[in-house]
Design a protein around this ligand. Sequence first.
Ligand code: PSU
Ligand code: MN
Length: 300
Amino acid sequence: MLLTEVTEEVREALAANRPVVALESTIIAHGLPRPRNLAVAAELEGLVRSGGAIPATIAVIDGRIRIGLDKLQLERVAEDDSVRKLGQRDLAPALATGASGATTVSATAFLAARAGIKVFATGGLGGVHREWTRDQDESADLRVLASTGITVVCAGVKSVLDVPATLQRLETLGVGVVGYRTEHFPGFYLSSSGQPVDWTVHSPEGVAEVIHAREALGPPESALIVANPVAESEQLDPGLHDRVLGEALDECRERAITGQSVTPFLLDFLTRETGGASLEANVSAVRGNVRLAAQIAAAL
Ligand code: PSU
Ligand code: MN
């Protein structure tokens, strides 16, 4: 692929049909505070390895797509202020201008699928924002997941969003959703969003069966979301969540924050105003997703 560098380790694993898990980089650059972000990024790669798979963290560095990052590149993503947030539509201008950027779910899913990676882990997906009847804001994650045959392990969609509206959009777009050991769609920081899921699987092998059945129907044209809740013992206190999220949404509106800045602003506000509790719930959710993604990749 033009302008793409795949690390030798990832290339060899893919060629030998060994398990590989793609990881996004926006969560590192724009979703978690420094210096914790770099520690988490390294920890996540370690979790993929202990699960018997090869991690492929994806980013754009100096105008080149990187599938798999070395230590210095991971540090760049975590620490360099000039690292932008790149959705799928931003890839071409970033490559053409030699920019560096962290890839969101949309850009990561797109690049991972093109590289032949079948499983991808993140925290919470983007989706339809609250008050979308007034301010239209729907993450590009949804459109790309509608047209990319990859499996995404996540703790649902970020709870700052309109979860029922996002689930409706996923249905319309033909994106598969299965709950992992749950009958409820997870709520990112919370174990449950309160919304039901239609399908539940109980093991990594069970998810692999769903993936094989999808492939038997023809090359998958849309994504499969494996919705994996954060453990109840590690979730954010639901009362605290609702109160601080209300304040965060008010502040976002008052300061007229829009577009790509909304999600990082809300996540950062929650981290500060919950005294770091939302950050711990976020990290716990991502850890669980990365572990499960490695097991699914191995089961395939
Ligand atoms: N999950 C996290 N933290 C994050 C994100 C996901 O735990 O920061 C990022 C993902 O990269 C996702 C993006 O694609 O937030 C959504 O941003 P937006 O709403 O602007 O599309
Ligand atoms: Mn958005």
